[in-house]
Ligand binder design. Structure first.
Ligand code: FAD
Length: 388
């Protein structure tokens, strides 16, 4: 079998890339290790930048997002029981949209099925071969047989634990990492959110986030230790720990109920450079991870895909490799700014250190943010997404 681009991974990066390439006549096959149901069952991101929405529109899968997504003009930050609001709309003229990653994945899967493009789910033992030469190949096992696909390019969109980055010789890749000593314990519940906007909470007991997916479905997170086990957190304990971290109004409005999903996610910052090795490109979490505090992971995956899809389309339609040659540098310039913002939000809002000096610095950062239009504008510009 032969195609132009083999895409490894059917997460948001792989599916979006496949859809954009297909729209421009570039043939592609997606290989995904899991089943489609498994991919759809993962509850993750929820805050979408305008530029990500534009890309989903370009891919022709934005209709449901526009109908069901919740437009947010600002965000609230609660510091030791007192809430402050930052208006993106006033500061930048822009907004973000709350629309779950699960829904985006579904829209992209439906879009792909509608155009009849090939996706192989449950593809085991994916192996990337000869991507430093002119004739890359990808082999995999499915239905008890080994298959091989010859291609022009391979797009490694297989997330942080995928095979693509690991296939690159260690001498050709540099990695930069910060592992935070904390995690996020997340609960999804069919209860109305405490607020129409996200509330980020800085509290002596630890960080919390009140988020949502729809007007009747809430998503809450609590900072937790990495040693925590999910079994030790029955729903009642989760709600009892959330309440004291909230301000009085949010506590009064909190509606508790059974969780429909509960998970613990470690917090990590990670970048692998460069993002291109011969005919293999990395995109999304395969190349970089941010702690979820800044809501940037999915949005960065989308911005990589924007640069990469344009580079590949230019290669086929204009016979120019300029986009391919600049892909890594262009993508990394945006990645590192999002890494900085996500690190800053994480360090400013979580209880990470027991040193009172660090606590005072956090309070000074936040006081400056709430008191300075310049600081608030810089925050808002980063939150709504920097321009491409
Ligand atoms: C709790 C949490 C909250 C988050 N909140 C936000 C948010 O609000 N906003 C935001 O922008 N981001 C957020 N993120 C981050 C966001 O979910 C990720 O950045 C996003 O999923 C990255 O997409 P991706 O396609 O690059 O990788 P993934 O979604 O990880 O997809 C990779 C795919 O590759 C497949 N794969 C892996 N290995 C192989 C293999 N060997 N062969 C074939 N297939 C393979 C995987 O099964 C997977 O389907 C959050 C993440 C978490 C955990």
């Amino acid at each position: 079998m032969r195609t132009q681009v083999v895409i490894i991974g059917a997460g948001p990066a792989g599916l979006l890339l496949g859809q954009l390439l297909h729209k421009h006549g570039v043939a592609n096959v997606i290989l995904e290790r899991q089943t489609a149901d498994h991919v759809l069952g993962r509850v993750r991101a929820g805050v979408i930048e305008r530029v990500t929405m534009d890309l989903l529109d370009e891919a022709g899968v934005g209709a449901r997002m526009h109908a069901d997504g919740l437009v947010h003009e600002g965000v609230q930050i609660c510091v030791d029981g007192k809430r402050h609001r930052l208006s993106f709309k006033d500061l930048t003229g822009k907004t973000v949209t709350v629309y779950g990653q699960t829904e985006i994945t579904k829209d992209l899967m439906d879009g792909r099925a509608a155009v009849g493009a090939a996706t192989v789910y449950s593809a085991a033992d994916v192996i990337l071969q000869d991507f430093s030469g002119d004739n890359p190949r990808v082999s995999y096992r499915a239905g008890g047989k080994t298959h091989e696909i010859g291609c022009d390019f391979i797009a490694g969109c297989d997330g942080f634990h995928g095979i693509s980055r690991k296939s690159i010789p260690a001498s050709a890749i540099s990695t930069f990492e910060r592992v935070y000593p904390i995690g996020w314990l997340g609960v999804l519940s069919d209860t109305p959110p405490v607020s129409e906007e996200l509330i980020y909470v800085r509290h002596p007991r630890g960080f919390a986030l009140c988020s949502m997916r729809t007007p009747t479905r809430s998503r809450y997170y609590l900072q937790c230790s990495l040693a925590e086990e999910i079994e030790s957190w029955p729903d009642e304990r989760f709600w009892e720990e959330l309440k004291p971290r909230l301000d009085d109004e949010a506590r009064d409005r909190l509606v508790t109920g059974p969780s429909i999903e509960k998970s613990i996610a470690p917090l990590r910052s990670f970048v692998a450079e460069p993002m291109r090795f011969g005919r293999l490109f990395l995109a999304g979490d395969a190349s970089h991870i941010v702690p979820p505090t800044g809501a940037k992971g999915l949005n960065l995956a989308a911005s990589d895909v924007r640069y990469l899809s344009r580079a590949l389309i230019e290669h086929y339609q204009e016979r120019s490799d300029a986009g391919i040659d600049h892909y890594s540098a262009r993508a990394l310039a945006r990645v590192w700014k999002a890494e900085r913002f996500s690190w800053w939000m994480t360090m400013t809002l979580h209880r990470i250190s027991d040193n009172p000096f660090d606590h005072r610095l956090q309070l000074a950062e936040l006081d400056y943010l709430f008191g300075s239009k310049a600081a608030a504008t810089a925050f808002a510009e980063n939150y709504v997404g920097l321009p491409y």
